[in-house]
Design a protein around this ligand. Structure first.
Ligand code: NAP
Length: 506
């Protein structure tokens, strides 16, 4: 299978950069399937000159789009919903082959696109409903209106190439913004298939825009004067770079959804079998390439041995294979690229050098297809050492490190030890422990008897500390897509008694 890229989408159509002549694309990105390196998926020409055209298109689109009544915007989103539903399998195939995620998991992501439209209309939209405060002052009505920002830039990561951007795009659109989507250079085709759904839904010219390319395209877009909203999902390092290049332009709203180093605390009263299922999924789904993947497992010392033994046994049963052409349906596909493999193996070596006990070695796997396959890794650390790079860093590979604790306070301080604060969970029957965790764990998400993965689109989703900048996504994305305009309204133009205005020498 080969995917054909159509170029960048602006002014209502795809524009393929020319490959020769003075106006030619500056470079070409070639993408191989991470599950089968012999399969070249596509070639993507990168045209920096298109940045300006895409921004102009989005500026134009904003002016027409914001003037449309809300019901019309909803109608367009409903048409888009029909299109993504119809294209579900095509989207899933694109996600599976570009990211290596098993087909069943890619289909879950593809199916979430349509349901997110309903969440946006039914649960996000009411958050920006205009408010009226009757008689806020004598003879005066008070109003709060929610106004769109302008052209909104959505920069996406590779691991959820459609679902995350889709959430930000639908919230930005329903609010009246135009959008520019810059996907990861590893997932250009998945992004294109999604944008084709907007195209077929017939959105007015300039409202929807897509530009393919590398980080430099993202860097240039971020600094464009008329880009007013920046919704970035990706690594802490790039997020910080975006913030430091934009902070002097106060007209820009920057929402950052960044990395995580997430803990799941297992208390001694936990149903071990339930927690085992949750932990296997939390640590190893998507080959550990989720911002919410559990990486650290503080566990009560009294159940450590039994739990670790069973967890190791289950981890050995994980099927790793090609996302589509498998012998047995896989739990995990490959990592995204060679750099991720190098990084993963680097961490495995680092754990050893730091004296952390290896229970199951993460190593490169040979499969039927030559791809970026690795096995899960399991470690046991005797304590939380803040100087340990292994324990403090986001690994973004299939890893799990157990840490024994005696008292819940120790477990909470383990969960709080890293620079990140995205997701955490606690497994216990004791509500008081849950309450304590809710109060003391610094994270945007804290689950009870449920792992850190699999967030609900109907709740806010975002982290604290170096995981984000207090602008949560999911149902709450819409809060960052608007500014609030206050209005005092005197409906009568009958003049007040001028003699009552103090200081006038009449
Ligand atoms: P990444 O390397 O930070 O890239 C994210 C996006 O930023 C890509 O589209 C990338 O383009 C672009 N980019 C790179 N340099 C840029 C620059 N200077 N200015 C503007 N944009 C730039 O992240 P990733 O490897 O794709 O994704 C993994 C990371 O995302 C992990 O840290 C994970 O935890 C995080 N993540 C967070 C969430 C959340 O909701 N909190 C969700 C998913 C993932 P290129 O790909 O073309 O370089």
């Amino acid at each position: 299978m080969k995917f054909t890229l159509k170029g960048n989408y602006f002014n209502g159509d795809f524009n393929y950069p020319s490959l020769t002549g003075p106006d030619a694309a500056e470079k070409t990105i070639i993408r191989e399937c991470p599950a089968d390196l012999a399969l070249k998926l596509w070639e993507c020409p990168v045209k920096y000159g298109h940045v300006e055209q895409v921004v102009q298109s989005a500026d134009k689109g904003f002016k027409t789009w914001r003037a449309l009544p809300m019901q019309e915007r909803i109608n367009y989103l409903k048409k888009y919903q029909e299109q993504v539903l119809a294209a579900k399998e095509e989207i899933a195939t694109a996600i599976a082959l570009e990211t290596g995620k098993p087909y069943w998991e890619s289909l879950t992501e593809a199916s979430a696109l349509a349901s997110k439209v309903d969440v946006t209309i039914n649960e996000s939209l009411p958050r920006i409903k205009a408010k009226h405060i009757k008689d806020i002052m004598p003879g005066t009505q008070g109003h709060v209106y929610f106004r769109p920002l302008g052209a909104c830039l959505i920069i996406g990561p590779f691991n959820f190439p459609c679902h995350l951007a889709n959430g930000q795009i639908t919230s930005a659109l329903i609010s009246g913004n135009s959008i520019i989507f810059k996907p990861s250079e590893k997932t250009c085709y998945s992004a294109q298939v999604m944008i084709e759904c907007f195209h077929r839904a017939g959105f007015p010219e300039g409202v929807i825009n897509l530009i393919q390319g590398d980080g430099e395209i993202g860097r240039r877009l971020v600094n464009e004067k008329s880009v007013k909203g920046i919704f970035f999902t990706g690594s802490k390092e790039v997020g910080q770079r975006i913030l430091s290049s934009t902070y002097k332009d106060l007209s820009k709203m920057v929402a950052l959804e960044l990395g995580g180093k997430n803990s799941s605390i297992i208390c001694q009263d936990t149903n071990i079998e339930h927690a085992l299922n949750e932990m296997i999924k939390a640590c190893f789904l998507t080959s550990g390439q989720r911002c919410t993947s559990t990486s650290l497992i503080p566990i009560h010392e009294s159940i450590l041995e039994e739990f670790l033994d069973k967890f190791h046994g289950l981890a050995k049963k994980i099927v790793v294979d090609h996302p589509i052409e498998y012998e047995k349906e896989p739990f995990m596909g490959p990592l995204i690229d060679q750099m991720s493999i190098d990084n993963y193996l680097l961490f495995v070596g680092m754990a050893k050098r730091e004296g952390i006990q290896e229970i199951m070695r993460g190593k490169v796997l040979t499969k039927n297809f030559n791809g970026h396959y690795v096995s899960p890794s399991i470690h046991l650390a005797q304590s939380m050492d803040p100087k340990s790079h292994f324990l403090m860093s986001e690994i973004f590979g299939p890893n799990a490190t157990f840490l024994p604790f005696k008292e819940i306070e120790e477990a909470i301080s383990m969960a709080n030890a890293t620079e990140y604060g995205l997701a955490a969970s606690v497994f216990t029957k004791d509500k008081a422990i849950y309450e304590k965790c809710l109060q003391e764990i610094d994270a945007g998400i804290l689950n009870l008897n449920r792992s850190t993965v699999g967030a609900s689109a109907r709740l806010p989703f975002g982290g604290v500390k170096n995981s984000g900048n207090y602008r949560p996504a999911a149902v709450a994305t819409i809060d960052a897509c608007n500014f609030q305009m206050a209005s005092l309204e005197i409906s009568s133009d009958k003049p007040e008694d001028r003699t009552k205005i103090k200081g006038l020498d009449l």
